[in-house]
Design a protein around this ligand. Sequence first.
Ligand code: 3PG
Length: 237
Amino acid sequence: MSKLVLLRHGESMWNKLNLFTGWVDVPLSDRGIEEALRAGELLKDYRFDVIFTSELIRAIQTAMLVMSRNRSGVPKVIHEDGKMKEWGVVYGEHGKNYVPVYKSWHLNERYYGKLQGWNKDHARKVYGEEQVHLWRRSYDVAPPDGESLKDTAERTVPYFRERVIPELEKGKNVLVSAHGNSLRSIVMHIEGLTKEEVLRLNIPTGVPLVYEYENGALRRIGYLRKNGFDDDLHIGR
Ligand SMILES: O=C(O)[C@H](O)COP(=O)(O)O
């Protein structure tokens, strides 16, 4: 049995300003740093064997801050796209206490297109509450020049299947540090959520969502809080 922890990055500077972010590479806010450190405290006794993040700094920062509280080892970023060879770096240099960190754009937040940089309340005024809700939470309605959740899933789910599941199959414990919507697309896949259910799924910043992997199946344990697990998958009632 191995563990999968999905973690949405801590609050970013644009989350704090209520701006659509998508692929804009903004870092964590002070509160987001605190959230990541708090997640690290909750996860400090978890042994992680491998970490996956997006290419965006808010997710990478979150993973590093979590591991600053963790005893399983030191995170070591590994480039998979051939850069290592270009830099003359030989694979397999990990010291015994290194935990490999793989960054991939496949785990990037949903691309919000023209909405990136817009204030969410302003967008509601211009386009209406219902339209903005559909852009943010529906499965197949894309924002202007952006990705729908379905589009996002078409890059996140194959990556999850091809890179994350094999690690779990080897009995490795995995941390995935990513984003609200890239993780919603993965949770929808894992949980078999319907288009109606995913409309009501919201993943909080900085709260570890824990699964156990056994006999080829993932079982949700729940959100790891200070006083234990809360198995409310944030599907709004
Ligand atoms: O990209 C963003 O704006 C946020 O990370 C998440 O967007 P959301 O609040 O619409 O899910």
